[in-house]
Design a binder for this molecule. Structure first.
Ligand SMILES: [Zn+2]
Length: 261
């Protein structure tokens, strides 16, 4: 069974008059798909804040993270730890605004958005079952990849028959390999210093790192480190000029996204 939730659309209108949410390096705008299977459904568009000289590298890192997340979640779902529910991950694509040619990441909108952990091991205080499942999924990701990766920063929405994740983080052994939110070995040690096994992971004997220590403060937001992602791009180190923001709604398609895969 698939663990991914895709755009299944080729065009949308995005309302750029209002920033819907803001991350460390991205603004999120809302819009509606206008062509394709999801036509009429809501979507989001994530645009890099002006001046991101590593835009292409960040997009590549985002897509690489989502790809790893998808395969980890697929094996997690196959474990049948959850009897009637499935976890899905939103798959973003690089689309391009029609007029400005500005690149952005587009994915389906998620209702009832909540955050369940961060890449520094922050967790919410309330102990609902989904919160516990998400902590277990992070622990499982470390176990199933033989300690190579940790899937965290788990956030998304609860639906009738499952949970849809977006924007996860992968922490690897090598800091920065999965973008600036990959805090490396110190990040894994920090995460596990705060992880308490719950009913979904405690009896399964999943492995944990030997060295567990809090190197970072527990932040609800996503912690980032400045990493120059040379492995993704050879873009010149020049600063881009802020781009002109066109009128309220823009229309764009995915037709020029091929070079990013
Ligand atoms: Zn655990």
């Amino acid at each position: 069974m698939s663990s991914s939730r895709e755009n299944r659309a080729t065009r949308s209108n995005i309302d750029k008059s209002r920033i819907f949410a803001s991350g460390a390096n991205m603004h999120v705008y809302k819009g509606v798909y206008t062509r394709g299977e999801r036509s009429g459904e809501e979507c989001v568009s994530k645009v890099f804040k002006t001046g991101s000289v590593f835009e292409n590298a960040f997009f590549a890192a985002e897509l690489k993270v989502v790809d790893e997340a998808r395969s980890i979640i697929e094996t997690f779902n196959a474990q049948r730890i959850l009897s009637n529910s499935t976890i899905l991950v939103n798959i973003p694509e690089v689309w391009e605004f029609t007029y400005t040619k500005e690149k952005n990441l587009v994915e389906p909108f998620i209702q009832n958005f909540q955050k369940f952990n961060s890449n520094t091991g922050w967790t919410p205080r309330n102990a609902d079952p989904w919160m516990e499942v998400m902590q277990a999924l992070s622990h499982y990701s470390y176990h199933i990849t033989n300690g190579r990766l940790l899937l965290c920063d788990l956030q998304g929405g609860i639906y009738q028959d499952g949970f849809i994740l977006t924007d996860p983080v992968i922490i690897s052994q090598e800091r920065g390999e999965y973008g600036p939110t990959d805090l490396g070995e110190a990040g894994m040690a920090t995460f596990f210093s705060r992880h308490k096994c719950n009913q979904f992971c405690s009896k399964r004997g999943w492995s944990r790192p030997q060295n567990v220590k809090a190197h970072f403060a527990a932040q609800q937001g996503t912690s980032m480190e400045l990493v120059v992602p040379t492995r993704y791009t050879r873009a010149p180190l020049s600063r881009r000029q802020p781009q002109y923001n066109p009128p309220i709604q823009e229309e764009y398609s995915s037709s020029d996204s091929d070079s990013y895969y």
